[in-house]
Design a protein around this ligand. Structure first.
Ligand code: FA5
Length: 362
């Protein structure tokens, strides 16, 4: 607009907009186009909006006249816009009703039902098996203290056994945190947590995720464990053997044998590892050639499944129990390993790759 005679220029621009807006809005064929046309006139950079910015340059005695004209045109544009919008919507609805018939009774595309993930299935089965023996279910936080994960379990400070495990620290004492916390490296933290909370007798299982600095075909940095422990008066290794033999036979096969080998964990004494008969070459069927050539158990006929033992008196002292009064056993197994054995999964990573086949049945 020229600077010369602002009011005349503005009025002629107004007249131009007035003459053109009806054709522009009426010519829009759908809602999107209609909104675009409206924006060209009334949007932030629309023609009419820009004209309003001209107001300061209009002589005072004509400001009112100019303002009224602009507002009047604005209202007319809005009214036509609303009417056109309604008409366009009505047309669209009519076209839909008159268009091809949609058969809502047609059967939908078949969907394959999902299945529970192998690890969750194993977890459910174990909860069922141990539940039937009277073990209660417990849960604990994934981030726990160094004390619950190691110290109260009898790991001496800086014991090499923690080197393999204590890597994923969340807080650092040296940075001012009250207590060192880390992603728990085993579910044995639940022994401490439950025993500090409750008095014996107690029989508990605690499944959950744990984290370590591990990564190969049979080790994952995140994996699942299930902890079990029982504390009462006069509990002996015989009960531990009985419970674990029953678990292996119910979970895998009733003819499975169980073998206990001595092993060291700071929180049990005596401690052991448990092997079960190889579920692939099935030594109980006495096919010696098959066992000799079995790649899974490497011809031994045995597979390692868990660690266990009688709870160490130091652990009882650390949780406020009297080791002269109570005794108990504990065990901890890797659920991933058990799922791999049960379902013949050759590599642990397959369990975490979202492979559809794991969730659609096998
Ligand atoms: C423990 O973690 C002990 N807390 C178990 C225990 C509990 C012993 C109670 C005595 C009494 P270990 O580090 O061996 O033990 O791990 C137990 C099981 O977890 C192993 O037998 C194995 O099945 C599984 N496991 C260990 N590391 C991994 C890993 N990186 N990926 C998958 N499974 C693993």
């Amino acid at each position: 607009m020229s600077e010369g005679a602002p009011i005349e220029t503005a009025l002629s621009e107004l007249a131009r907009i007035e003459a053109a807006y009806e054709a522009a809005l009426s010519g829009a064929h759908d809602e999107q186009e209609l909104r675009r046309e409206r924006a060209k006139l009334l949007g932030g950079e629309g023609e009419l909006t820009k004209l309003m910015r001209f107001m300061p340059k209009i002589p005072n005695e004509r400001k009112k006249e100019f303002g009224q004209k602009v507002n009047g045109l604005k209202r007319a544009i809005e009214a036509l816009f609303e009417a056109r919008l309604e008409a366009i919507e009505a047309e669209a609805r009519k076209a839909e009703l008159e268009g091809p018939y949609l058969d809502v009774t047609m059967p939908s595309r078949a969907r394959t039902p999902g299945r529970i993930h192998p690890i969750a299935r194993v977890e459910d089965e174990l909860i069922e098996i141990f539940g039937s023996l009277g073990f209660e279910l417990a849960d604990g936080p994934l981030i726990d203290t160094h004390a619950n994960c190691f110290d109260r379990l009898g790991f001496p400070p800086d014991h090499p056994a923690t080197d393999m495990q204590d890597t994923f620290f969340i807080t650092r004492k040296e940075l001012g945190a009250e207590e060192t916390t880390l992603l728990r490296t085993h579910t044995s933290t639940l022994q401490i947590r439950e025993m500090m909370k409750r008095k014996p007798p107690l029989a508990v299982i605690a499944p959950g995720t744990v984290f370590r600095r591990d990564d190969d075909a049979t080790h994952s940095p995140m994996f699942y464990q299930l902890e079990g422990f029982l504390v009462d008066r006069d509990v002996s290794f015989a009960e531990l053997k009985g419970v674990l033999t029953l678990f292996a036979r119910r979970l895998f096969h009733e003819e499975i044998s169980v073998r206990f080998r001595p092993s060291y964990f700071p929180f049990v004494e005596p401690g052991g590892e448990v092997d079960i008969s190889c579920v692939f070459c099935k030594p109980w069927e006495k096919d010696e050639a098959r066992t000799a050539s079995c790649r899974i158990c490497k011809g031994t006929g045995w597979l390692e499944v868990l660690g266990c033992g009688m709870i160490h008196p130091v652990v009882f002292e650390n949780v406020g129990y009297d080791p002269r009064e109570v005794s108990g056993f504990a065990f901890g197994m890797g659920l991933d390993r058990i799922a791999m054995l049960k379902y013949g999964v050759p590599n642990i990573r397959l369990l975490y790759e979202n492979d559809h086949r794991f969730l659609s049945g096998f």
